[in-house]
Design a protein around this ligand. Structure first.
Ligand SMILES: CC(C)(COP(=O)(O)OP(=O)(O)OC[C@H]1O[C@@H](n2cnc3c(N)ncnc32)[C@H](O)[C@@H]1OP(=O)(O)O)[C@@H](O)C(=O)NCCC(=O)NCCSC(=O)CCCC(=O)O
Ligand SMILES: Cc1cc2nc3c(=O)[nH]c(=O)nc-3n(C[C@H](O)[C@H](O)[C@H](O)COP(=O)(O)OP(=O)(O)OC[C@H]3O[C@@H](n4cnc5c(N)ncnc54)[C@H](O)[C@@H]3O)c2cc1C
Length: 536
């Protein structure tokens, strides 16, 4: 009945909430969180407390001034036993006056790289009492007498994060569509330089280097949209199984959500930055929206699980899978390729050949990690230290695994959908799949040379394939970003508006600046003139 009590109020916006998990002292290591929730059976209440400064919640979006409730993650103590972190739904502000309740200290954490409107906040409790039913009891419970009933699966507490990580992959597809639309439309409008003296300055979109910077962002948007759809379908299936008590597929979902969240956010941030830089000085204008978009995407590399930590989570799963597979036990569908012990086949410069190559790279890297860890442990190193000394390779193995998943999913989903598309549209989408696949083969050619039979002539041919694809995609580029159908109000960009009036929009925005309100700014009389006269 907790859902009956809280969900309608949240849906009706009677309560505005945030997720208060991260503290000043801990964001990654959840078992180290310091906020306590101690059960008092005499009053059937939990006492929330922030025993130290580092226990203060720090970062939750909307916490400073918007939220009047929040989900607080705290160490649950009952009958003198600490049962670990659990979620509690807690009212922190009066619903009429919006004043912080007695025992609640809440405020704004200060300026950030971006997300300036998110009023991220801090929250401290001073022995703040909440009723027993504040504990969200879907998984674990505390009875009136303080008896703790453990969850059938402790990791279900972390379920919210899996859900958000799954959504973030699709978020990155959207942010890349925004960045690609702005930069490609601007590149169609901008003319610069005179490679041919007797011809007018060309569109910068006709420079192959510009195409190299931008087309991968366009292709990645589609790759992440398709992968995000696949991941969501997987999440729904796993969640349905969880509801009926079957948690067998949760570890695979956790592992694949971790590496896909990490790789798509890192790619999106670096590709949005490339979009910004490809627009020259005007890309550095806030009015282009590209700096703000970079701030948004790069934040995703940190929140909902810092990327390195998540890649190591996936690596943990890959190492366990390798060890399981080596004992002949079956592996999950996304990790089954790790046990492909067939001889390395002759390299093929095809989509299937490249996808198979990335699976070889991932399996080879995982095997190397396992061998290094085993060797260190045999030499007397603790497993934890051996893990840490191998962690750079573990992250690389995780990335290779993630790329193999994205490549295979993108190709399979577009091939499946192509049958229902017009031949010209199918052809263009296949070109994007091809570009994405060959781009990453060239980006990771060192790994392919180490773990597959790719030869120098194959690499040369791939480079030519890539440059041919840039040329093939060029005529459809503006049409492809128009197809994202992003309204000017959403793009919020002087460079990306549909009508291409870039220079007029840049000037219109500039003239809105308060610094253009008068011809001589007051700073001249207050500072410059006295300084120039030696009076400062
Ligand atoms: C890094 C870990 C996973 C480590 O936790 P741990 O208990 O020490 O776990 P471990 O010993 O490494 O593994 C124990 C086991 O727990 C599993 N596990 C870990 N996390 C999950 C999960 N989410 N779902 C399902 N299973 C999970 C792991 O796979 C391990 O399984 P195993 O022992 O290998 O069978 C955890 O501390 C963690 O998830 N940290 C990241 C914290 C985070 O994501 N914070 C986000 C705060 S909210 C936010 O940022 C909002 C952003 C703004 C917005 O989205 O709007
Ligand atoms: C814009 C934004 C919004 C946010 N919104 C929220 C919110 O709404 N609610 C909320 O609860 N939190 C929120 N957060 C906090 C966010 O979830 C944490 O910042 C994130 O989980 C990382 O934790 P941390 O900051 O403690 O970094 P740390 O974990 O301290 O990371 C610092 C460095 O240590 C490394 N490191 C840490 N542990 C390991 C390890 N085991 N192995 C190897 N390296 C390691 C990391 O890789 C990283 O390089 C937000 C953060 C941002 C930036």
């Amino acid at each position: 009945e907790q859902q009956e009590k809280w969900v309608p109020r949240a849906v009706n916006m009677e309560i505005i909430g945030t997720y208060a998990q991260t503290e000043l002292g801990h964001g990654t290591f959840l078992r180290g969180l310091e906020t306590t929730a101690t059960y008092d059976p005499n009053t059937e209440e939990f006492v929330l407390n922030s025993p130290t400064l580092t226990a203060y919640k720090w970062w939750p979006g909307g916490l400073a001034h918007t939220a009047n409730h929040c989900v607080v993650v705290a160490q649950l103590h009952s009958k003198g036993v600490n049962h670990g972190v659990h979620p509690f739904i807690v009212q922190i502000r009066d619903e009429d006056t919006h004043m912080p309740l007695p025992g609640v200290k809440v405020g704004e954490i200060g300026p950030k790289l971006s997300f300036s409107t998110a009023n991220n906040g801090f929250l401290g409790f001073d022995n703040f009492r909440v009723p027993r039913d504040s504990m969200l009891m879907k998984n674990a419970q505390v009875l009136k007498d303080g008896t703790y009933v453990k969850s059938r699966l402790s990791k279900l507490t972390y379920g919210t994060m899996v859900f958000i990580r799954v959504m973030i992959v699709t978020d990155m597809a959207y942010y890349l569509s925004v960045g690609a639309t702005i930069a490609i439309r601007y590149s169609a409008v901008r003319h610069q330089s005179k490679p041919k003296e007797n011809e007018p300055e060309p569109q910068i979109l006709d420079y192959v280097t510009q195409q190299h910077k931008l087309f991968i962002a366009l292709a990645s948007s589609h790759a992440f949209r398709v992968t995000g759809q696949w991941l969501w379908t997987t999440f729904v299936r796993v969640n349905k199984a969880l509801t009926s008590g079957n948690a067998d597929t949760l570890p695979e979902l956790h592992a694949v959500a971790c590496c896909l969240k990490a790789v798509t956010t890192r790619d999106a941030a670096s590709m949005v930055e490339a979009c910004r830089m490809s627009c020259g000085g005007h890309g550095y204008m806030t009015s282009s929206y590209l700096p703000i978009l970079y701030g948004i995407t790069t934040a995703a590399c940190t929140y909902e699980g810092e990327n390195t930590v998540l890649l190591l989570q996936t690596a943990r799963s890959l190492v366990k899978a390798w060890q399981k597979g080596s004992k002949g036990k079956p592996l999950s569908p996304t990790e089954a390729y790790l046990m492909d012990k067939s001889p390395v086949p002759k390299w093929e410069n095809t989509l299937d050949g490249i996808i198979a190559g990335f699976r070889r790279v991932s399996a080879g890297k995982v095997q190397d990690c396992v061998s290094k860890i085993d060797k260190l442990v045999k030499m007397g190193t603790s497993y934890e230290d051996a893990w840490n000394q191998t962690s750079v390779r573990l992250v690389a193995a995780s990335e290779a695994h993630s790329r193999a998943v994205i490549l295979a999913t993108f190709r399979a989903e577009v091939s499946r959908a192509a049958a229902a598309l017009s031949p010209p549209l199918a052809r263009v989408l296949h070109q994007l799949v091809h570009l994405y696949t060959v781009y990453w083969a060239l980006e990771r050619v060192g790994d392919l040379l180490l773990y597959t039979s790719i030869a120098e002539r194959d690499v040369q041919e791939l480079q030519q394939q890539y440059e041919d694809l840039l040329q093939k995609i060029r005529p459809n580029t503006v049409g492809l970003v128009d197809a994202f159908d992003l309204r000017d109000e959403i793009l919020n960009s002087t460079l990306g508006a549909y009508d291409g009036r870039v220079y007029e929009r840049l000037m219109e925005e500039a003239l809105k600046s308060p610094l253009n309100a008068e011809p001589v700014n007051q700073s001249f009389h207050k500072y410059l003139k006295p300084f120039m006269q030696g009076k400062l």
